[in-house]
Design a protein around this ligand. Structure first.
Ligand code: ADP
Length: 587
């Protein structure tokens, strides 16, 4: 609760509010006016009590009462206008934040959008901007009221009998100090830990739901999801520790702010020792009415402090996306001479990794050549292929397409040269026609159907209720992994780029699907430069050349026959592969 490090969140909010920033100031000002207007009826109440206690003019009581009613209604109306201002500003801030984020996101390297990254980015675009909206729309006005009320109360409390006033303020001051101790150092960090824990639990829960079929099929128990269980346990421990840490200050805070009445009682005893005057009765009655406001104000301050920490955490998460370095657009936009690819001493290290995923790789692929990247899992095949399409920029070395460094091409030109079908190529919730047409927006329906035919998709289309007009993901229309991959191949067929990067799927549910995907790949690759990431060796034997990756390095290259002769890693992998086939047949 409360900020612990200097972070000018209001400055940032004003920047996002643009022309609407004055509405935030106006909203806060009106909230302050409303807070003052709310306090005046308490003064009128004192006057009413005084008139009653002294048996004075009953007419005056009615005037005071109506005055109080008018002020309360006025305060309410002013507060509504304040909220109107903060809401309009909040919606503007949220819209501006989302559009800034989206503008930034489209410039980011594709590699940022792996499965983990996508979930996080989605959460930030949705949830963090929503947290900011809630803070500006609701908490800012509340916070202003919470700040103005105690000051006004002080004036009210001290104005009538400063001794009772001061005495009753003792628990409020102690309560305030307890609250500040809860807001102490490390609280912002704790809030971050809390949000991180929620984030991890979210993604692990998704992973868990996705894995339920495996759990059921193999008769596993929930405990096979150790990471999910561990993050729930971790969250539980965090919550318990956090609660225990706040146990004493929170109990002290609640005790203090609720003990104000007890102090009024003690003050009354002390005053009444030397006899009680009408004025004393009046003041004590007045304090009984007014002092609960202190409790409400302090509680509001505590909650708005917590909301502020949530906001700071949300803003920092938004900052993190805005700080990711955008992919620099090639200014020269040189045109490649042909469809050959050359890698010169290419190395790449993922952010935060301790070693290179790809290390000093040099290789050259001739135009129209069909090559395969093979190697053990984690040897850097996918990373190498992704570097060619600038999912990331190389840490060292350079990648040339048709003699032009990929960094010197615009992303549009690069994408015109290359198509890729990765294993997790996604379809969006639109019709199949629109999904395929994404790669060539002006394509006619006939062209799309032709591409679908070449990608062996007609059996999928025939079984769908509305053919190519069927919306994927709607009314239970889901496609299997292999079927989805075939549709994404159709997309690549339609695009007809001269260079192709294909990531062969590791597993297929059925052989029919596998055969169709292979046939679709072959059709797609005709007359093109092809780089195939091969996870199994059955499909690489016919490649013009095979590059063998080992621990980030390209250690061997040649045709199947040449590599078998070399008797190196490839020969070993192929041998293992052949034995695994025999084992399957034997089994
Ligand atoms: P392959 O395709 O041969 O299985 P990858 O290119 O996927 O290998 O991975 C090469 C290395 O880079 C592995 O050690 C892997 O753990 C690491 N790696 C892959 N993706 C990421 C990522 N997004 N962040 C950090 N490290 C990664």
């Amino acid at each position: 609760m409360g900020k612990t490090e200097k972070y000018d969140h209001m400055k940032l909010i004003r920047q996002y509010a643009g022309g609407h920033k004055n509405l935030i100031t106006l909203g806060r000002f009106l909230a302050a006016v409303s807070a003052v207007l709310t306090l005046i009826p308490y003064y009128l109440m004192w006057k009413i009590i005084r008139t009653a206690v002294n048996g004075e003019d009953a007419e005056a009581i009615s005037t005071y009462a109506w005055g109080a009613v008018a002020l309360i209604v006025g305060a309410l109306l002013v507060y509504i206008v304040a909220l109107l201002c903060t809401h309009i500003a909040a919606f503007r801030v949220q819209a501006n934040m989302r559009s800034s984020l989206m503008r930034r996101i489209v410039t980011l390297p594709l590699g940022v959008f792996d499965e983990d990254g996508t979930g996080k980015i989605r959460r930030i675009v949705n949830d963090s901007t929503a947290a900011t909206e809630t803070y500006i729309a609701h908490t800012l006005a509340d916070k202003t009221v919470a700040a103005v009320t105690p000051v006004g109360l002080m004036v009210l409390v001290l104005a009538f009998n400063w001794k009772i006033g001061l005495f009753c303020m003792i628990p409020a001051v102690i309560g305030f100090m307890c609250m500040m101790s809860m807001m102490g150092k490390g609280m912002q960090e704790k809030m971050k830990e809390y949000q991180d824990a929620l984030e991890t639990m979210n993604s692990e829960a998704t992973e868990y739901v996705r894995g339920i079929p495996v759990v059921k099929t193999f008769g596993q128990t929930v405990h096979s999801f150790k990471r999910f269980k561990a993050c729930i346990d971790g969250y539980g421990k965090w919550t318990t520790d956090y609660t225990l840490m706040l146990r004493f200050p929170m109990a002290a805070f609640m005790t203090c702010i609720n003990s104000i009445f007890a102090f009024i009682v003690i003050a009354s005893f002390i005053i009444s020792k030397d006899g009680v005057s009408n004025a004393d009765v009046l003041n004590i009655m007045y304090y009984i009415i007014v002092m609960p406001l202190v409790t409400v104000a302090l509680t509001k301050i505590a909650y708005s402090g917590e909301a502020e920490m949530n906001l700071i955490d949300a803003l920092k998460r938004i900052d993190k996306i805005m700080e990711i370095e955008a992919l620099k657009e090639g200014s020269a936009d040189k045109k490649p001479a042909d469809q050959g690819i050359e890698l010169k001493n290419v190395s790449y290290r993922y952010n935060g990794a301790t070693r290179d995923a790809v290390r000093d790789v040099s290789l050259s692929i001739r135009p129209g050549e069909h090559v395969a990247l093979v190697g053990p899992s984690g040897s850097g095949k996918t990373t190498l292929a992704e570097l060619m399409v600038r999912f990331f920029d190389v840490t060292q070395g350079e990648i040339l397409i048709g003699g032009v460094n990929v960094k010197e091409m615009s992303s549009v030109s690069l994408m015109k040269q290359v198509s890729f079908v990765f294993q997790d190529s996604r379809l969006i919730k639109k019709t199949i026609l629109e999904n395929v047409r994404m790669s060539k927006p002006g394509a006619s329906e006939e062209e799309v159907i032709e591409a679908l035919k070449k990608a062996q998709c007609m059996d999928i289309i025939e079984k769908l209720p509305n053919g190519i007009y069927t919306v994927i993901g709607e009314k239970g229309t889901y496609l299997s992994g292999g079927e989805q991959q075939r549709i994404t191949i159709a997309r690549a067929v339609l695009k007809d780029a001269p260079i192709l990067i294909l990531d062969e799927a590791t597993a297929f549910a059925d052989p029919d699907n596998e055969a169709k995907v292979q046939a679709a790949f072959e059709e797609l690759a005709k007359g093109k430069t092809l780089i195939m990431i091969a996870h199994r060796l059955s499909t690489v034997m016919n490649a013009d050349r095979i590059f063998v990756m080992e621990d980030g390095n390209c250690t061997e290259s040649g045709t199947h026959a040449e590599l078998m002769k070399q008797n190196g890693l490839y020969a070993k992998l192929f041998d293992e592969y052949t034995r695994s086939i025999e084992w399957k047949v034997g089994a």
